[in-house]
Design a protein around this ligand. Structure first.
Ligand code: QV4
Ligand code: CA
Length: 522
């Protein structure tokens, strides 16, 4: 729990599981808002991320950025430069299509300097795939020989891989109900590292400590399900404290582990709770089902949203509406997953996620690709980031209206999503109050006098007077607009002395929900 120090000093808030650096300087009146969401700037270049931290993320209350794997990967030419080549490591050199080590250092320094932290997607369950040939070179020219399991730039040799332990005929994972296969056989044929061996652990620890010393704040552990939780634990205990140039002395890296567990498999999310937070893939799948009104689902059922929907404890949950895998049919979540391809429902899903107290939230920021659905699968699910003919990633261009060009979607810059990131900061720590619903797809709830939201996902207009729990005043709706000086650029909501307010949302309105909070009051 927070150590109460004198109000003017930096206060570090230790969440139960991980000392996640939620920093705020406690002012006399009230604490400066915390930052409670991160954005996955998928495939962005380091120089573009540094600019985004300084020009946008800092002033809009983002806590941090998840970056794509920064270490050297296999160059895949067929299909041509797929996004997933970055999940096939060749070495731990900080060199990739997103930039080199000095650009990486510059990004971490500039983002930290404006209070936006960097969370690295680290791939250490495996190296590249067994069929990647012999005598090739990675994207930064490091030699490897896949057949001989030889990666001299790390170095790893055949003794560092699990082939002798895996008993399946193919050497790949063939049956997810066998935890031995899930941990010691190859995921998609990717050479599986022996994290139970000291010299593999030491290489991984050195890689992660190098990143920590450069100033990163934590890690997404890729394919954590395929690594024993006790091996992850040994690695984490050997990590340095965060760099004291930006973080309070003794701060520990924030950890979230990618474990896809929809129930029914041998490996379970709960095995990983001891290490930190864990991805909750049921979140996006169920929320998508509710907003699409599939299986007789309706928003009124979200009154019980959280653990009672068979999801993990909120203080362990790492949640998102979609991720880089399931927005294109990889990994899990299936057809209910909402993405930028369905903007109206997507905005409601992200808005609801950010308004609700459950879990730690991540926003997806994507790029466009020529989707080509045939028999339910996207033939172009492999297409990589916007790039030039030489494979180099295109810059993120920002238009005067704050949207992105060059094929970048920038969901995190959509008004509704950006403003709800701030909403989440303002209401942080407050429980849900004043829940209302029409027993169908119109719902509303407050966050104990700090904020209030109203959603209309019905096929009929919403017109209702509700107790908001908010102090009296004129509030600016942060979905249809925002507070600018002494005016609201969008809808105004008048909250009476008794907390009552009138809400109207036509079912075909451009903005199907309203959100107000105490920092957007005239
Ligand atoms: C193919 C065959 C294999 C064969 C292999 C050998 O499918 O059976 O053994 O060739 O040649 C790419 C190709 C895949 C290919 C593989 C190896 O798509 O067809 O195997 O390369 O050549 C991403 C992509 C994968 C991609 C992988 C490596 O999603 O398609 O595979 O990168 O480039 C499970 C896991 C979960 C995982 C999820 C996708 O539990 O952890 O699957 N999610 C994470 C990342 C994800 C990434 C990986 C794990 C691997 O989020 O992006 O996979 O690092 O649910
Ligand atoms: Ca493994």
């Amino acid at each position: 729990m927070p150590r109460h120090e004198n109000p003017t000093r930096l206060l570090i808030f230790k969440a139960q599981d991980q000392a996640f650096g939620l920093y705020w300087t406690q002012y006399k009146s009230s604490p400066k808002p915390v930052r409670t969401s991160i954005v996955h700037l998928f495939e962005w270049r380091w120089i573009d991320i540094a600019l985004e931290c300084e020009m946008y993320l800092s002033q809009h209350g983002f806590a941090g950025v998840q970056i794509s794997p920064p270490n050297e990967n296999l160059v895949v030419m067929n299909p041509w430069r797929p996004w997933w080549e970055r999940y096939q490591p060749v070495s731990y050199k900080l060199c990739s299509r997103s930039g080199n080590e000095s650009e990486f250092r510059d990004m971490v320094t500039r983002c930290n300097n404006v209070g936006v932290h960097i969370y690295v997607d680290v791939v250490f369950n495996h190296m590249l795939n067994s069929a990647a040939g012999s005598g090739n070179r990675g994207i930064c020219n490091s030699y490897f020989n896949a057949e001989r399991h030889d990666f001299p730039s790390v170095p790893y040799s055949r003794f560092d891989f699990n082939d002798p332990i895996c008993k399946t005929p193919s050497g790949d994972i063939e049956n997810y109900s066998d935890p031995i296969q899930v941990r010691y056989c190859r995921l998609y044929g990717l050479l599986d590292l022996s994290q139970w061996k000291d010299d593999v652990r030491s290489k991984i620890i050195d890689f992660l400590n190098h990143l920590i010393d450069l100033g990163v704040a934590g890690f997404r552990i890729d394919a954590a399900k395929h690594i024993r939780p006790e091996d992850i634990n040994v690695i984490l205990t050997k990590l340095n404290n965060l760099n004291a140039r930006w973080f309070t002395k003794g701060s520990r890296p924030f950890i979230y582990q990618e474990v896809i567990d929809l129930g029914g498999e041998a490996v379970q999310s709960s095995e990983y709770f001891r290490n930190g937070r864990v991805t909750e893939f049921k979140y996006g799948m169920q929320l998508g089902t509710v907003l699409r009104k599939w299986n007789e689902q309706k928003m009124a059922n979200l009154k019980s949203w959280g653990e009672s929907w068979h999801m993990m404890p909120s203080n362990k949950a790492f949640v998102f509406v979609d991720n880089h895998d399931n927005q294109r049919g990889h990994g899990s979540g299936g057809s209910s997953i909402l993405t930028f391809w369905n903007p109206r429902l997507y905005k409601m899903a992200v808005g609801f996620m950010l308004a609700h107290p459950y879990g730690f939230t991540r926003i997806m920021s994507s790029y466009w690709w020529p989707k080509d659905i045939q028999n339910g699968t996207d033939l172009n699910d492999w297409v990589g980031p916007p790039s030039n003919s030489d494979g180099s990633i295109k810059p993120v261009t920002i238009y005067a209206n704050e949207t992105c060009g060059n094929g970048w979607i920038c969901e995190h810059r959509w008004d509704e999503i950006r403003n709800m990131v701030i909403f989440r900061n303002v209401v942080y720590g407050e429980p849900i109050t004043n829940w209302w619903d029409n027993n169908n797809n119109q719902v509303a709830f407050g966050r104990a006098g700090k904020g209030f939201v109203v959603f209309n996902n019905d096929d009929r207009n919403l017109l209702v007077i509700l107790p908001t729990g908010l102090p009296a005043g004129v509030y600016c709706d942060v979905i249809s607009g925002r507070k600018e000086g002494k005016t609201c650029t969008g809808i105004q909501i008048h909250v009476a002395a008794n907390g009552m307010a009138r809400f109207q949302i036509n079912y075909q309105a451009k903005h199907p929900f309203i959100a107000i909070h105490v920092e957007a009051r005239l």
